[in-house]
Design a protein around this ligand. Structure first.
Ligand SMILES: Nc1ncnc2c1ncn2[C@@H]1O[C@H](COP(=O)(O)OP(=O)(O)OP(=O)(O)O)[C@@H](O)[C@H]1O
Ligand SMILES: [Mg+2]
Length: 267
């Protein structure tokens, strides 16, 4: 089994859209996949899956509850109407209800207790013969995102070529990715403006700005002492929303990009 985490320094770069579509596509291609909503502070998968043609067989308990020891790993994995695809939801209510106790457990260092729970979950998924365990991680450098990075075999560093991203990326490489041992790091550049679309806009300076930002991210990745090869570049596709394109709209340009990305992942 391979554990893959989608991570970024900044929020809103596309981790959820990419990880969900990647996980479903891998399952469609015959792999047994478990996708975990590991954005504990702002989980979104449950509502995303509710709005798709997907159906989750039965409601299970939350990953948040598993992490704090309320129940075992077997009770958090949802089966779906796709044989190979299983998903695990996090629960924001649990944080709100038992606010202080649970929040403290989930946000503090905790002497590696949550890390141990993640390893326990990985062992369980291994025993269930999953091919892929995919974490859609919360952004930034937090104790919990570090835990997810530490347990991963592969990390997909999702970036977006905007100016404000570059300094953040530099920081997360030096403070975080460079200290990881064993995991293979890859980068994804997402929401890249298509130059062909932009040359028709009134301001040609925009074209230059897009090129400068792409170059900035590329240099940042290449110049770091930690090797983070660029695995795929996803164009910014107008009107892309939070959907499972690979299932609902197989011919959509975003589905085509996910197909190519998954082929690279499986190589
Ligand atoms: N390639 C793309 N083209 C156009 N829109 C995109 C693309 N990728 C993502 N988006 C849009 O960008 C927004 C943010 O995406 P998403 O929620 O997946 O980011 P995220 O990294 O998971 O954010 P967060 O860190 O807040 O969880 C969404 O509205 C999504 O539909
Ligand atoms: Mg997200």
């Amino acid at each position: 089994m391979e554990t893959i985490t989608f991570h970024s320094y900044r929020g809103g770069v596309g981790k959820t859209l990419l990880s969900v579509n990647t996980a479903v596509k891998l399952a469609l291609s015959g792999k047994k996949v478990c996708l975990v909503d590991f954005d504990l502070r702002a989980p979104s998968h449950q509502s995303l899956f509710a709005s798709s043609t997907f159906s989750v067989s039965h409601a299970t308990k939350s990953f948040t509850g598993f992490l704090v020891g309320d129940h075992g790993p077997e009770s958090v994995i949802n089966s779906t109407n796709m044989d190979n695809f299983h998903c695990v939801f996090s629960n924001i209510e649990i944080l709100q209800q038992k606010e202080s106790k649970i929040r403290t457990k989930l946000t503090q260092h905790g002497e590696g207790r949550i890390l141990a729970k993640l390893f326990e979950f990985i062992r369980y998924c291994n025993s269930q013969e999953f091919d892929f365990l995919i974490f859609d991680c919360m952004p930034g450098i937090t104790y919990r995102s570090l835990d997810a990075l530490v347990v991963s075999d592969k990390i997909m560093v999702v970036t977006r070529p905007v100016k404000s991203e570059i300094s953040g990326l530099r920081l997360v490489i030096s403070e975080c990715y460079s200290k990881l041992e064993g995991a293979k790091l890859f980068s994804i550049m997402n929401q890249v403006e298509q130059i062909e679309d932009l040359v028709h806009t009134p301001n040609p300076l925009d074209v230059n700005l897009v090129k400068v930002n792409i170059l900035g991210i590329t240099k940042c990745l290449e110049e770091s002492s930690t090797s983070i090869p660029l695995l795929h570049t996803f164009p910014r596709i107008p009107f892309v929303t939070e959907r499972i394109y690979v299932l609902d709209e197989k011919e959509h340009p975003f589905s085509t990009e996910i197909d190519i990305f998954c082929t690279k992942l499986l190589q």
